[in-house]
Ligand binder design. Structure first.
Ligand code: XMP
Length: 522
């Protein structure tokens, strides 16, 4: 699809494969991750990579049906970097030896000592003033290489890994036992920079170039057809909509379904941005009565989610129908949503929550998908948003879940409770912004608890709701830690909420990480 030089990452199931892609994209290199099962000879020829990286992975090269690659990959004349399992596989396939991990398993920090011979891959490594000229790396392996393949030489050793860094510089094959992509290998980014430099990448994967290319592709795909796009108020669908509007103008109509579960002022903000600032045709479907009516008496989280999800599809369909003759549906799908990760257990994963999106719609409505963000990570979407001139405040917004405030209000939802929650949330976010903490936090919100507690204000007794403040740091929402606010901040915020929000007389702070908790309360 893309015109840029491409790097192929073959995924053997490492937990950190995505980080390899991150490191490369930071270097303006275009790369794609593909699971090893998909990488056949034909695939390799068609993909035509300028360099290849073998990821790590949990398997052993001795296992039956051990993950592997077609041998042709070594005959393509392109540089290859093998990491951990990737290193072992390279050695195994090229004539070296790998041994089971009898007491040689190694997890965590290790220090690599350089060999006398220099290697371009390691330019900038082994500064004499740090760690006595050794380099810190992060190891995580059971098996180990016991004999390197013909043509390879050793360029770095660690106490438990005599072949920590090996290479055949003539063929530009490199194999490392550790993980250069993780934070705990401090010079790992430098290693990737050296690798792509020696592979001849020019670093032409910029957002400006991406935007131009995406616009061209949208025009090509859509022709003079009509496109509809569901706006949620979140960054992804907004950036997708503005990008598509730049490409095809009024052939795009956006539908914003207001389910009555948005935050304070949010619906107005979205509508005015799209209609007034961008002049994008927009249907503002105020369906709050419908949604809140259907949710009356519902307290089970999954029933809430499913009710909202189903209604959303019905409503969207109804309004999309008014656009008349749309052939395409635009979605803000991101790269982490589309990569096929490798499942070694083979079993389906457990559903923790039924996530709400417009999945299922295209088939139901006979629409083709337009997904211009499919190749991007979240922060790249933000960069594209800046390139398109979206207001910075909008681009930096915390994620907001499709079911909205319904899942921040455990138990039954009422309009009264939603009004209280909106006010408390607005005060909390205002506090976070005033203290300059908004951008450090992945997501912050108030959950209104379904309990009333006794308080004393002035000389009177109160019997009002308790609420919980939530703030987490995260990279991708999959794991998260609670944000370590100062006690002063928490105290000041609790005071403001109780003083400014009628209906709340107690404030708590949620200090659960994910796992075992989830970010949202339901
Ligand atoms: P959890 O609560 O599962 O949330 O730890 C992880 C991230 O996903 C968001 N979230 C959703 N986003 N539809 C969405 O679009 C949903 O149904 C949904 N549920 C949770 C949540 O806000 C957090 O950022």
């Amino acid at each position: 699809m893309t015109q840029h030089d491409r790097l192929l990452i073959i995924d053997f199931g490492s937990q950190v494969t995505q980080l390899i892609a991150r490191r490369l994209r930071e270097l303006n290199v275009y790369c794609e991750i593909h699971p090893f099962q998909k990488v056949t000879e034909e695939f390799l020829k068609e993909f035509n990579p300028k360099a290849v990286i073998f990821s790590g992975g949990p398997a052993s090269v001795f296992a039956e049906n051990a993950p592997t690659v077609p041998r042709i990959v070594f005959d393509m004349g392109v540089p290859i970097l093998g990491i951990c399992y990737g290193q072992q596989l390279m050695m195994h396939l090229l004539g070296g030896k790998v041994e089971r991990g009898h007491n040689t398993a190694e997890f965590g920090r290790a220090f690599v000592t350089p060999a006398a011979e220099k290697l371009a891959l390691l330019d900038g490594w082994f500064a004499p003033e740090t760690n006595g000229g050794r380099e810190q790396v992060w190891m995580s392996h059971g098996d180990h290489v016991s004999e390197i393949a013909p043509g390879f030489r050793v360029f770095g050793t660690s106490p438990n890994a005599p072949f920590a860094i090996t290479a055949d510089p003539e063929r530009r094959f490199f194999a490392v036992q550790f993980h250069p992509e993780v934070h705990h290998t401090p010079k790992g980014a430098q290693l990737y920079a050296n690798f792509v430099k020696l592979a001849g990448f020019t670093g032409d994967w910029t957002m400006g170039a991406y935007k131009e290319e995406a616009i061209r592709q949208i025009r090509e795909q859509v022709g003079d057809g009509k496109v509809i796009c569901g706006l949620s108020g979140g960054v992804d669908s907004s950036v997708a909509a503005v990008l598509i509007h730049e490409a095809i103008g009024d052939q795009l109509t956006c539908v914003f379904v207001d389910h009555g579960l948005m935050r304070q002022g949010e619906a107005d903000e979205v509508v005015s941005m799209f209609r007034d600032t961008y002049n994008i045709p927009l249907i503002h479907a105020d369906e709050s009565d419908l949604f809140l009516g259907a949710l009356e008496g519902v307290s089970d989280p999954e029933v809430k989610r499913k009710t909202i999800g189903k209604l959303f599809i019905d409503v969207f369909q109804k309004h999309a129908h008014d656009v008349g003759g749309a052939e395409f549906l635009a979605q803000g799908t991101l790269y982490p949503d589309v990569i096929e990760s490798v499942s070694f257990s083979g079993g389906p994963s457990v559903t923790i929550k039924s996530h709400h999106n417009v999945g299922g719609l295209p088939e139901k409505m006979g629409l083709k998908l337009v997904e211009p963000l499919r190749e991007l990570f979240k922060d790249e979407v933000r960069a594209l948003g800046r390139e398109l001139g979206l207001p910075p405040k909008f681009i930096g917004r915390h994620p907001f879940p499709g079911p909205g405030l319904a899942i921040r209000c455990p138990g039954e939802i009422t309009r009264e409770k939603l009004a209280i929650l909106r006010r408390a949330d607005a005060v909390y976010i205002d506090q976070i912004r005033r203290h300059g903490l908004y951008d450090e936090i992945w997501q912050a919100f108030v959950a209104l608890l379904p309990v009333r507690t006794v308080g004393v204000m002035g000389d009177g007794r109160t019997y009002d709701y308790a609420c919980a403040l939530r703030a987490v740091t995260s990279v991708d929402g999959m794991t998260a830690d609670y944000y370590p606010f100062s006690h002063d901040f928490l105290g000041e915020t609790a005071t403001r909420i109780i003083n400014e929000v009628q209906g709340i007389n107690r404030v708590t702070y949620d200090i659960t990480s994910k796992p075992p908790g989830t970010i949202e309360w339901e």
